[in-house]
Write a protein that binds this ligand. Structure first.
Ligand code: AMP
Length: 445
């Protein structure tokens, strides 16, 4: 299918062409006709699938073909489309998409989010806008100050709805929804449909069209996953070694804590790897600058916490490194969603110490596959990586349990938890994902 078959206007097709896109992604092909027809939509689509354009394009089209009310014509600050997003970065990214695809439409868009002064936003709102992208907290601030009027909203988009729940925004969202006209179009995008997301969908969406482009919790298939087992205290040296040995130039590195991210970015910088940290304690200016420098190739490493995992759109990011595994396995999926976007291939490498074996096991369960692991000469772990049987999530067995293959998880050759196993190239679909020069060792279970 071509974009030209979707019934989009010449202005939009021109902007799409300028981006070099001719073929809609599956979520775009499936969603755009429903949105153009004015239907509500419930879409299960991860970031990286092209979901932003899937709602931005048809909404731009609908806005260009409907006339704003006279009040809006004279610059009243009443948007007709409201996009709610969980993070500042995603807000900035959605706004960039709106501006890119809407370049020839004359429609006006603005993003409002916290961490920056509210006054410039108030002034921009006064000048009048058609599309407002907002994080919930700052939008409520504007509502309380009466600097925005949501009474003309025709379409509400809830983007990354699951993340809104994770970040505790659900009350804010409900308060915002109360301020919207009852008659409106509602679109909800989410990477997972956990029970609470379904509940919100049920409350908000009217007879929605359903679009599902990725299986639940399935990470981008093109990403190669691999693990290097290493002791915790050697991780920094190992990471430096990998930068030096492979000449890595654009690596998104994930840490669990802000403090850890700062410390690692400093250490990398000291060792000559241009780096910056990206996390919630950084000012918006620092975050924007770090991201811009990283995208421009001025930084070899961006060291981020999970809060930064959503909403980062970096074209063709070749590599994500988990310096520490996340505690919540779903966050692994979000992290690696930064690479392998829209058809590009990428590598997700995790440095795993023995204290993280439970997290690794949970991630493998979620992925329903084993991740190939290896040990790098000179960085052999001294601590064991065995998962204690009692905490391996199995019922206590009175006699040895037969080999199991739970939920399709790959454990070829039967169950030999943690036992030495010969190297198996490409195991777990991670072929090509290993840095050169390390050998396969004992496998994780
Ligand atoms: P998203 O899932 O919205 O975060 O988009 C992921 C990436 O895919 C972004 O960098 C988009 O610019 C890109 N993209 C969106 N639509 C297409 C398309 N039809 N063909 C190729 N790339 C696309």
């Amino acid at each position: 299918m071509q974009f030209s078959e979707l019934g989009l206007s010449a202005e939009l097709l021109r902007a799409i062409g300028e981006q070099g896109y001719s073929t809609p992604t599956p979520v775009q092909a499936q969603s755009i006709p429903h949105i153009l027809a004015g239907r509500d939509l419930e879409a299960l689509a991860q970031t990286g699938t092209g979901k932003t354009a899937a709602f931005v394009l048809p909404l731009l089209q609908r806005l260009s073909t409907t006339t704003p009310s006279p009040l809006q014509k004279v610059g009243h600050s009443a948007p007709r489309v409201l996009v709610l997003v969980p993070t500042r970065e995603l807000a900035a990214q959605v706004l960039a998409s709106v501006r890119t695809y809407g370049a020839h439409t004359g429609l006006r868009a603005l993003a409002v989010f916290g961490g920056v002064g509210i006054n410039p936003q108030i002034q921009s709102l006064r000048r009048g806008i058609d599309i407002l992208v907002a994080t919930p907290g700052r939008l409520l601030d504007h509502l309380n100050q009466r600097t925005v009027d949501l009474s003309k909203v025709q379409t509400l988009v809830l983007d990354e709805a699951d993340r809104m729940f994770d970040m505790g925004f659900i009350r804010d969202i409900r308060r915002i929804i109360e301020r919207l006209p009852k008659q409106r179009q509602n679109l909800m995008f989410s990477a997972t449909f956990a029970a609470e997301v379904r509940e919100l969908a049920h409350a908000v969406l009217q007879d929605p069209a359903l679009v599902e482009v990725a299986r639940r919790n399935t990470p981008a298939e093109l990403v190669g996953h691999s693990v290097i087992k290493v002791d915790k205290e050697r991780k920094r040296d190992l990471l430096l070694h990998l930068f030096a040995a492979h000449g890595w130039h654009q690596v998104l590195v994930f840490c669990r804590t802000k403090h850890g991210a700062d410390a690692l970015a400093r250490k990398l910088e000291q060792a000559g790897v241009r780096s910056a940290a990206l996390h919630g304690n950084k000012s918006q200016n620092a975050r924007t600058r770090a991201l811009a420098d990283f995208k421009d190739g001025k930084l070899a490493a961006l060291v981020a916490t999970d809060i930064a995992a959503r909403g980062l759109d970096i074209d063709a990011l070749p590599r994500v490194v988990n310096f520490e595994l996340p505690n919540v396995p779903e966050d692994y999926v979000h992290r690696i969603g930064r690479t392998g976007r829209a058809g590009a291939s990428g590598e997700a490498l995790s440095l795993v110490s023995s204290d993280e074996r439970i997290q690794l096991r949970d991630i493998e369960r979620l992925l329903k596959r084993e991740i190939a692991s290896s040990i790098l000469p000179g960085f052999e772990p001294q601590h064991t990586h065995e998962v204690p049987r009692a905490s391996a999530g199995r019922p206590p067995a009175h006699k040895p349990a037969p080999a199991r293959n739970r939920g399709g998880s790959a454990r070829p050759g039967g169950s030999r938890p943690g036992g030495p196993r010969p190297a198996r190239a490409g195991a777990g679909g991670s072929g090509g994902g290993k840095p050169a020069g390390h050998h396969s060792g004992q496998r994780h279970r």
